[in-house]
Ligand binder design. Structure first.
Ligand code: FAD
Length: 429
């Protein structure tokens, strides 16, 4: 039986842990710097909505504990604005083929999964791992995976200069989990007709998106993110001293830039005092293999190797997809040792096949895709098949590459979307 160590009990580490327990033939230990109670009681530090691929994996693994209580996003309402306030595109688009987005507050999800992992025979150890301890662990276990997210240990893995397009944050964000009938009730935005992600882009200023979620302390809510282009008039979130403060800053900005959504959001309140985040991250791709003090190879996973801005909701979806591939390849490896070459190849295979696409998609949105995006939005405004294909592509970016690379590519995407059979728009209701 192979002994596997996973450092970090985030969604990526836990998905790998559950997948290996299910596969059998592995003795799996996860090291977490927090107990489940500590994680659940902490202020919000991270969050994510999962699309259908991840939801399917959670069903397979039997860890989809919130299906009955979590509101699903079934499509997107997208508006693109000029800083003057002029709206240049507005589309309502349903995800095709029953695809949904499902967000559960990590402070509910992760503690429950940690407990479940122990109950299924996994070894959950509460210990904050430093470089010296990692060296010991890597010497003791047959393979060690590092899934510490943005934790300091990610720096063990060197930055991939060729694949990292940013050397500083592309957005400064303020994130809130909000509740209230005006944003979660059956009458919220009836003109759209189904529960949806709302995405407003204000060119040159920033973005505001919100998504139906299930939040602490157990309520239907919307996860709302303000994403400011650094130095733009939106860039005020670092001044927030509390969640209520952040909400007021956000509402003031909305009054100026997005007055249409103020009636709904001004009636909403914070789910609980810790339901907010202010911060920024530098999107960074890292080399997948790092070496401990005495030279043991360890493999980075999830945000450690593919850290991306939350704008397009791709980070966790991509990291979790990656670890299911890794789990399959570990099974295929059988009794052979897990060596650095295998780690490199496993990452490169994933990157070539899928990982690069969510990263490219997000980067293009962050960098303002300009004319190619306008080609698609204009077509989407008058043709529901294009709008729905565009929305669905958010949930699986590989389906749209290379649509934003050039105007010609965008036109090809439009033609393909028009030719493909699409279910009637309102079917998502
Ligand atoms: C505001 C926001 C919104 C987002 N929205 C989305 C979205 O809608 N969809 C999406 O796909 N992604 C989204 N993301 C990204 C997503 O949250 C991350 O990609 C995902 O959580 C990464 O998972 P991970 O397990 O790699 O890292 P993490 O979730 O960061 O988990 C790492 C864990 O390791 C622990 N740890 C750290 N250091 C150590 C140590 N030394 N020893 C032991 N344990 C350690 C940490 O405490 C943490 O629990 C969002 C991110 C943010 C910030």
């Amino acid at each position: 039986m192979k002994s596997i160590a996973i450092i970090g009990a985030g969604p990526v580490g836990l998905h790998l842990g559950f997948a290996l327990l299910k596969a059998s033939g592995f003795k799996v230990t996860i090291f977490s710097d927090r107990t489940p109670e500590q994680y659940g009681d902490a202020k919000l530090s991270n969050t994510a909505a999962f699309f259908s691929y991840v939801q399917g994996k959670e069903q397979e693994l039997g860890i989809n504990f919130w299906d009955d209580v979590t509101p699903r996003g079934k499509g997107i309402h997208l508006e693109a604005h000029l800083p003057t306030g002029d709206t240049i595109a507005s589309i309502d688009a349903a995800f095709r083929d029953g695809v949904t987005a499902q967000g559960v507050d990590y402070r509910i999800r992760i503690p429950r999964w940690m407990q479940e992992f122990s109950q299924r025979g996994g070894d959950l150890r509460v210990e904050s791992i430093d470089a010296g301890r990692l060296d010991e662990i890597a010497g003791e276990f047959d393979a060690t995976f590092v899934a510490v997210g943005k934790g300091a240990m990610s720096r063990l893995f060197s930055r991939d200069e060729e694949r990292s397009e940013f050397d500083r944050p592309a957005r400064h964000m303020g994130v809130l989990l909000l509740e209230g009938q005006s944003i979660t009730g059956p009458d919220a935005w009836p003109e759209v007709g189904f529960p949806h992600l709302r995405l407003h882009t204000i060119f040159g200023v920033g973005d505001v998106f919100s998504i139906p979620m299930y939040g602490k302390p157990g309520v239907a809510c919307r996860g709302m993110a303000f994403e400011a282009i650094p130095g733009s008039p939106f860039d005020q979130f670092s001044e927030a001293a509390s969640g209520d403060d952040l909400l007021q800053i956000g509402l003031d900005l909305m009054r100026k830039y997005l007055p249409g959504d103020v009636p709904e959001f001004s009636q909403a309140t914070l789910c609980e005092p810790g339901s907010w985040i202010v911060g920024a991250l530098t999107p960074t791709i890292r080399k997948p293999v790092g070496y401990t003090e005495s030279g043991h190879a360890v493999m980075g996973l999830g945000d450690v190797v593919m850290l991306t801005d939350p704008l397009a909701g791709q980070g966790a979806n991509n990291g979790i997809r990656m670890v299911h591939r890794i789990a399959e390849e570990l099974v295929d490896l059988g009794s052979k040792p897990v060596e650095a070459d295998w780690m490199h190849r496993a990452f490169e295979d994933y990157w070539d096949d899928y990982g690069q696409y969510p990263i490219e998609f997000t980067n293009r949105l962050l960098k303002d895709p300009g004319p190619p995006l306008m080609v698609i939005l204009q077509a989407a405004g008058s043709d529901q098949r294009v709008a729905d294909a565009f929305a669905t592509a958010f949930t699986d970016p590989k389906t749209m590459v290379p649509w934003l690379r050039s105007v010609e590519d965008a036109k090809r995407f439009v033609t393909q979307a028009q030719q493909s059979a699409s279910p009637p728009f309102r079917q998502a209701v």
